[in-house]
Design a protein around this ligand. Structure first.
Ligand code: KG4
Ligand code: ZN
Length: 382
């Protein structure tokens, strides 16, 4: 059994995890800073790095004790070194180096986006401990793999993802359509040319006066709304697999502004940054949220489905914070005729189990970082 300690501090979650053989989660500790950043409506970089300094040691200790393993049981440490916030990444990388030096462990540098993809390899503890009845392969077009598990029900351990596969990585900073023919090989078929999908959710959430982060808040508001209430634009960008969400964000802004203009006395300001209370009472936030979400989901799903057909992949997997969105998950399963795999929602957002899983495959490949491992805030994949 190979045990990897994963460390993640790229943004606003301080996380450490112990994963066995790249799949089995022995522990997965996440100290969220959400409440610290909420008053600012987004991540405040300096506060984030300082909070990582305070949280990282207790979080790592917790990861080892929850996994019930000692320092000597660990085979290697894997740490995210980009992309992300410089001051935040530095904390994780330096702690990982100190641990590797003092325990004589191999040090492995991990790309955060790659780690999101590897959340699809993870298996819940009670699934691999208890096992379950032998059953056939997952249904075509159905959710495959890491289904949210109930502690009372033993499940069969899912097969790992099959190559070649297509992965849609949708997070706060990135939107990438990635073809994976094997472990560690990434061909980016398309990416956003402006805002990331999560960034669009966050900006529109702020505009609509919803709480931070915008993604879950919009999803919740949209449940009460009509997705066809407003026909917001979809940026198809012709035959390309690239994405663009800034026009959509502006269209929501214009809709709010035009409504404000029709009000007696007209707008008091040139640009709406957050919807005023008096407008909020009249415009349906739920309809705006549902229509915006539908426009994002349509483009993500359609481009992924077309690429899956063109590249004849075995399955489609989703990754990153926006992959927690139920409307995206459901629409993808309806549209794609191949198996669609989504990690449980808690593994879509930032965590260290996905880092440890990625680290295992790099460990097997013999990848080792030197003491010159640096943080790369704009590290790309592929
Ligand atoms: O992957 P992640 O945790 O961090 C980054 O690597 O960026 O993704 C965070 C992003 C945020 O933009 C957040 O609003 C979005 O994921 N998000 C969602 C949902 N949950 C998180 N977007 C849409 N629907 C959700 N349920
Ligand atoms: Zn992330």
């Amino acid at each position: 059994m190979t045990l990897i300690l994963g460390i993640e501090t790229s943004c606003d979650e301080t996380a450490a995890a112990v994963v066995a053989n790249g799949r089995h989660i022995l522990s997965n500790i996440v100290a969220s800073q959400m409440e610290i950043h909420r008053p600012y409506g987004g991540v405040f970089p300096e506060l984030a790095s300082r909070q990582h300094v305070l949280s990282i040691v207790p979080v790592i200790r917790d990861a080892l004790s929850t996994a019930d393993v000692s320092w000597d049981d660990i085979d290697a440490v894997a740490v995210v070194h980009g992309p992300g916030l410089t001051g935040s990444l530095v904390v994780g990388v330096n702690v990982a180096k100190a641990l590797a030096l003092s325990h004589d462990w191999p040090l492995i540098g991990i790309n955060h986006l790659e780690a999101h993809i590897y959340a699809n390899w993870l298996v819940e503890k009670q699934v691999f401990e208890e096992g379950g009845p032998e059953e056939g392969a997952p249904e075509e077009g159905g959710e495959k793999g890491n289904v949210e598990s109930s502690p009372a029900v033993a499940q069969q351990e899912p097969d790992p993802p099959e190559f070649p596969l297509l992965c849609l990585v949708v997070s706060g900073g990135h939107t990438e359509l990635v073809l994976m023919r094997d472990h560690g090989t990434y061909e980016v078929l398309g990416r956003t040319i402006d805002d990331a999908a999560g960034e669009a959710f966050d900006k529109v959430g702020r505009l609509l006066g919803l709480e931070y982060p915008g993604g879950p808040a919009i999803e919740k508001a949209a449940m009460e709304g009509d997705p066809s209430a407003y026909n917001f634009p979809r940026a198809w960008l012709k035959e390309s697999y690239d994405f663009s969400f800034s026009g959509l964000k502006t269209a929501v802004l214009r809709k709010v502004q035009s409504f404000e203009k029709q009000q007696p006395g007209g707008p008091k300001r040139k640009l709406v940054t957050s919807i005023p209370q008096r407008i909020k009472r009249q415009l349906s936030i739920a309809d705006l949220a549902a229509s915006f979400q539908a426009a994002v989901v349509d483009v993500l799903v359609e481009k992924t489905a077309r690429a899956a057909e063109e590249y004849k992949v075995q399955e489609v997997i989703l990754a990153g914070g926006v992959a927690a969105n139920a409307s995206l998950r459901d629409a993808m399963k309806r549209r794609v005729s191949l198996p669609v795999r989504c990690p449980p929602t808690r593994w879509c957002t930032d965590n260290a189990a996905m880092v440890a899983a990625t680290g295992y495959f790099h460990y097997l490949a013999g990848d080792r970082a030197g003491w010159d491992l640096d943080v790369i805030p704009s590290l790309l994949i592929g």
